[in-house]
Structures are given as structure tokens and as C-alpha cells.
Design a protein around this ligand. Structure first.
Ligand code: MG
Length: 262
């Protein structure tokens, strides 16, 4: 049995085909970035939702590398290679303002990362100056950590944004003083022998078990007020956590080293 297309659907399809860039063989190429300027305050902010009740900590699976178990910072270092200088407190590690970022001693490429974090309670400051930190893959691709509970900032800089590039699909933030989680699947960029990017970095993020980044293709390293292009780099580099001067806490950090996609 055949079924006629509804006229409206035919019209919409015709218009979108006419407006889409085309390779010439009829295959349209999705534009990975929206037309909003970086950090636009007019860009609509993602809908706010309430995640399910916390069920944390999430125990690591058997093939995970435990990067932080609440007791030791042996797997971390400061930016100068010295022992990590952040504070251990109540089974967590707290950003020590001014001590710099904290880096894994091991290097990673493709990875599945679980990390739990908590915004300072009571909250201080507004906008980007409130519970700001970040999870950096390869030292340059940031999934933003921010207290985005009742705190307004630009959409591409709120919690679970790919900083300066992609707002989260929804704001699934929990209040300050409550543990939250990110589960991040990171695929590193691939470069050819002459240093040109063959495939971009790709990121998927669940925030408090809610999908907030769905396989987004990064346009280059994340940055403030700029979108720098890719520059070829090593296949494996440390993961780092940002010192933005705010006493954000982290705990239960584990990672699964992923094989390249076939
Ligand atoms: Mg940050």
C-alpha cells in the first residue's frame, strides 16, 4: 500500500532542500554550528529540566582506570609536573584558587569519562563568576563546569556546554552543594601526515543522566572570545580540570580508554 505525502511535508522538504548546501550529488551537508555569534547573550538558553533523584556515586566498571577515588591525588599533577596542589576534603578534591589546573599523569585519546562535581554552597557571584571550572580533554577541549542552577549566563558557556561552541540541549543542573555527574564520550580529532584535520573531535555528554551533547563536532579547541582552528597534536594528552578561582569539588573520577572507531 502506498501513501501520499501530506502537502505540507512536501513543501517543507522542498524548501529545506533548496536552502541546504549540496555536494552536487544531492547529499546535503548539515551546518555543525548555529549562526549565533559566540557567547551571544541573545541566544536562547536551553530549557530547564529537573533531573531524576541523584544516585551517586556511580561505581566504576571493571575495565575503568580510576583517576580519583577520594583518597589520593597520585594520578594527578600540577601544570609544572609537581604533585597536584588541590585540597583533599571529605572524599573529594577541591580547586585551590591560584594553584593552577590539575592534570592526569597519564595521557588519553578516545575515552569515556565519569566525573562527579559539586558547586560551592552557598553560591557566590553571578554569570561566569559562579562555580566555574571545567573538564578539558587533551588540555584544549572543554566541557564547561559552572553553577547554572538559577544562574544566567550565555548559552554556550553554561554548565555542560562545549565551551564557546555548543550550548547543552537542556539545563539539567542540580543546586549548589548537591553532587552532579557528567558522563562524557570523547573522540579525539584525527590529523593526516601533513597536519590537516581529517576528522574533528566529537563529544557526547550526559549531565545527571540526561543527554545534553549529542555527538557534536568541535570546530577546534574551545576558547574564550575566539574559535581557534585545529592545530595537529599528539594522539594522547592529559585530561585536566580547570582552576577558575572557585572552590568547586570533584570526586569519583574514572575513565574507560576507548579503541578507535572502526
Ligand atoms: Mg570553565
Amino acid at each position: 500500500m502506498t501513501r501520499a505525502f501530506p502537502p505540507l511535508l512536501v513543501l517543507i522538504t522542498a524548501i529545506s532542500l533548496a536552502l541546504s548546501p549540496s555536494t552536487g550529488d544531492g547529499q546535503s551537508i548539515p551546518n555543525p554550528m548555529s549562526s549565533w555569534p559566540q557567547h551571544s547573550k541573545e541566544r536562547p538558553r536551553p530549557p530547564i529540566i529537573t533531573p531524576g533523584a541523584p544516585a551517586l556515586p556511580v561505581p566504576p566498571p571493571s575495565d575503568a582506570i580510576v583517576l580519583f577515588d577520594g583518597a589520593s591525588l597520585a594520578n594527578w599533577k600540577s601544570d609544572k609536573g609537581a604533585p597536584a596542589a588541590w585540597r583533599l576534603i571529605d572524599g573529594a578534591v577541591e580547586v585551590a584558587a591560584g594553584k593552577g589546573m590539575m592534570f592526569t599523569r597519564q595521557s588519553f585519546g578516545d575515552a569515556q569519562l565519569h566525573i562527579e562535581w559539586m558547586s560551592p554552597n552557598p553560591a557566590h557571584g553571578t554569570d561566569q563568576d559562579r562555580g566555574n571550572s571545567g573538564v578539558f580533554f587533551m588540555g584544549m577541549y572543554e566541557v564547561q563546569v559552572l553553577d547554572s542552577y538559577g544562574n544566567v549566563t550565555y548559552a554556550d558557556g553554561q554548565a555542560a556546554s562545549v565551551y564557546g561552541q555548543y550550548p547543552p540541549l537542556v539545563n539539567a543542573s542540580r543546586p549548589p552543594g548537591v553532587w552532579q555527574s557528567y558522563d562524557i564520550i570523547f573522540r579525539r580529532p584525527r590529523f593526516n601526515a601533513s597536519g590537516h584535520v581529517q576528522s574533528p573531535a566529537i563529544v557526547t555528554v550526559l549531565h545527571n543522566e540526561v543527554l545534553v551533547q549529542d555527538h557534536v563536532e568541535l570546530v577546534g579547541p574551545t576558547a574564550n572570545q575566539s574559535r581557534p582552528p585545529y592545530a595537529a597534536h599528539a594522539d594522547r594528552l592529559p585530561i585536566s580540570l580547570q582552576d577558575h578561582g572557585h572552590p568547586v569539588r570533584f570526586r569519583n573520577i574514572w575513565l574507560r580508554d576507548l579503541e578507535a572507531r572502526p
